[in-house]
Design a binder for this molecule. Structure first.
Ligand SMILES: [Ca+2]
Length: 174
C-alpha cells in the first residue's frame, strides 16, 4: 500500500481531514499523479487546502455532498443542495457568480474565483495555493451549514487524461 492510501485510511479513521491526502506523492516527484480528499465547510469562506498548483499540472476538482447558504425568505425554505449550488438567488449584483449562489467555487491565491460546481479541470497559468469555498456573499456565511467532500487530483500536463471520472462521494468523511 502506498503512502497515499495510508493517509486516506488515517483520515477515514477519524484523523483531521484538512491537508490530509496524498501530498507525499507529490514529494515523490513531478511525474506522479496526486489525489487528495478534503472537506469544505459551507460556513468557512475560502478555506486553504494546502495544495499548491502550478502551470506544469493538470488539475481536476470535484465535489459531492449537501450544504446550504441559508434561508430563502421569498420561497420560505432553507434549501440544501450539492456543489451545483442553489443557482436561483434573487441577488443580481454581487458576487459575479450570484446566479450560482451556493455553488462550489475555487481560486488560485489572490486571483479571481471560478466556478467548480460538480467538477472542473484546468491548467493553472500561475503558481499558488488552491482555495475552495461556497459561493456566498461576504458576511453572510454565518447562517450556512453542511459541507462537501472535495477531491483534487493532479497530473503532469504531459500526462493529462482525456477523460476524468472523479469520485468525491468516496472521499473520507470526517
Ligand atoms: Ca449565507
Amino acid at each position: 500500500m502506498n503512502t497515499c492510501m495510508n493517509l486516506l485510511r488515517a483520515a477515514a479513521a477519524g484523523a483531521a481531514v484538512w491537508g490530509v491526502g496524498c501530498a507525499a506523492l507529490a514529494a515523490d516527484g513531478p511525474s506522479k499523479m496526486t489525489n487528495q480528499c478534503l472537506t469544505v465547510l459551507a460556513n468557512r469562506p475560502w478555506a486553504p487546502t494546502g495544495i499548491v498548483v502550478n502551470p506544469n499540472r493538470f488539475v481536476c476538482v470535484a465535489g459531492s455532498g449537501l450544504w446550504s447558504h441559508g434561508a430563502q425568505g421569498v420561497e420560505a425554505i432553507i434549501p440544501y443542495y450539492g456543489p451545483e449550488g442553489w443557482g436561483r438567488d434573487t441577488t443580481t449584483q454581487y458576487p459575479d457568480e450570484a446566479l450560482h449562489i451556493g455553488a462550489l467555487v475555487a481560486r488560485i491565491g489572490a486571483n479571481f474565483p471560478f466556478l467548480v460546481r460538480n467538477q472542473i479541470c484546468f491548467i493553472p497559468r500561475t503558481t499558488g495555493e488552491l482555495l475552495l469555498s461556497m459561493n456566498d456573499q461576504p458576511g453572510t456565511y454565518g447562517n450556512n451549514s453542511g459541507d462537501l467532500q472535495v477531491q483534487v487530483v493532479t497530473w503532469p500536463v504531459a500526462a493529462m487524461p482525456k477523460r476524468v471520472a472523479l469520485a468525491p462521494q468516496k472521499c473520507p468523511v470526517r
